[in-house]
Design a protein around this ligand. Structure first.
Ligand code: R5P
Length: 308
């Protein structure tokens, strides 16, 4: 017998054609856009939290043997486990192939043992997800020491760059700024966005001294007036704030920022604004009021390829 109260609201009608798209309540905005692109409907996964903190998930029956779970991992610790529960539920409900479409993939930054006693969290996350999912598609994962996803996931994973969506947004906004990356690691990515948008670019030197303490230095071209800082993640906001302060103290009048994954931990937006950043724009990989750049079409194209 089922433990706890019944979960209401599961779509009982099976989805008509193609792979079925499923998502937790928090991810429905992005998932709906993805489902629309794939010509299918979205089924919302219902969850119940038991008094002891455990979660029960309930999924709709997939329409075909292929199911896609859209999960942005905004709250990574519980979502990593809940996504595994959802994958298992989909298989029990008839799915033979389950794809994880993750607009944001967490735990990518701990890609080595930085200090004795630490884990390589990235590999732990990858081991876990490869047990639950047949394929994994994500947008702009943080790749630094590990250069590509197959290195940690094998052939099952594919990453998509948000660069074309960002470049297109810049063109449409008719801004003519210099694109600025906060650190050396961002160099190839920044160069790609700038090239696609037809803009000049520069990257800084970054040193992280703590969770919320970052130093950024940069040498800037003489003709620079307007800078757009571009980064893959804003978490504490310390990186963007430090880079903005470096730009401002070099006399750059207008500093805007574009980021892919708007994590924005508590206090981050205040920190970024205090550093003098005028406008903050993000991709829609994590729901946030700054979302302006749509990435669902990019993910839909990759999921379609994956389904072939
Ligand atoms: C790190 O290398 C990333 O590209 C980001 O710059 C970093 O994760 C941002 O984190 P925070 O907002 O906490 O400085």
């Amino acid at each position: 017998m089922l433990r706890g109260p019944s979960i209401t609201g599961v779509h009982s009608r099976s989805l008509r054609r193609g792979p079925s798209v499923h998502a937790f309540e928090e991810d429905t905005a992005f998932a709906r856009r993805l489902a629309r692109r794939l010509g299918t409907r979205l089924a919302v996964i219902r969850t119940h939290r038991f008094p002891d903190g455990e979660t029960l998930v309930r999924v709709a029956a997939p329409s075909s043997g292929r199911a896609i779970l859209v999960c942005a991992f905004e709250h990574p610790n519980c979502r990593l486990f809940e996504s595994m529960l959802a994958a298992d539920a989909m298989r029990h409900a008839g799915a033979r192939h389950v794809t994880l479409a993750a607009p944001y993939l967490p735990y990518m930054r701990q890609d080595t043992v930085f200090r004795p006693g630490e884990p390589v969290s990235q590999r732990v996350m990858a081991r876990m997800l490869t047990r639950g999912f047949d394929s994994i598609v994500t947008i702009e994962p943080h790749l630094h020491r590990v250069r590509n996803l197959p290195q940690i996931f094998g052939r099952r994973a594919r990453s998509i760059s948000a660069a074309p969506a960002i470049a297109q947004w810049l063109k449409r906004a008719r801004w003519r700024p210099t694109i600025v990356g906060p650190d050396r690691e961002s160099r190839p990515w920044i160069r790609r966005i700038a090239k696609q948008a037809g803009l000049q670019w520069v990257v800084g030197e970054k040193r992280r001294l703590g969770d919320r303490t970052v130093r950024v230095t940069m040498e800037l071209p003489a003709n620079m007036r307007h800078a757009v800082l571009v980064d893959d993640i804003a978490s504490s906001g310390a990186t963007l704030a430090a880079a903005a302060r470096a730009l401002k103290s070099a006399g750059i009048a207008v500093v805007d920022a574009i980021i892919v994954h708007a994590i924005f931990a508590p206090g981050a937006l205040e920190r970024i604004r205090a550093a003098g950043i005028r406008r903050i724009v993000s991709c829609d990989t994590i729901p946030h009021p700054t979302n302006a750049i749509r990435c669902a079409p990019l993910l839909a194209a990759a999921v379609r390829k994956d389904a072939r």
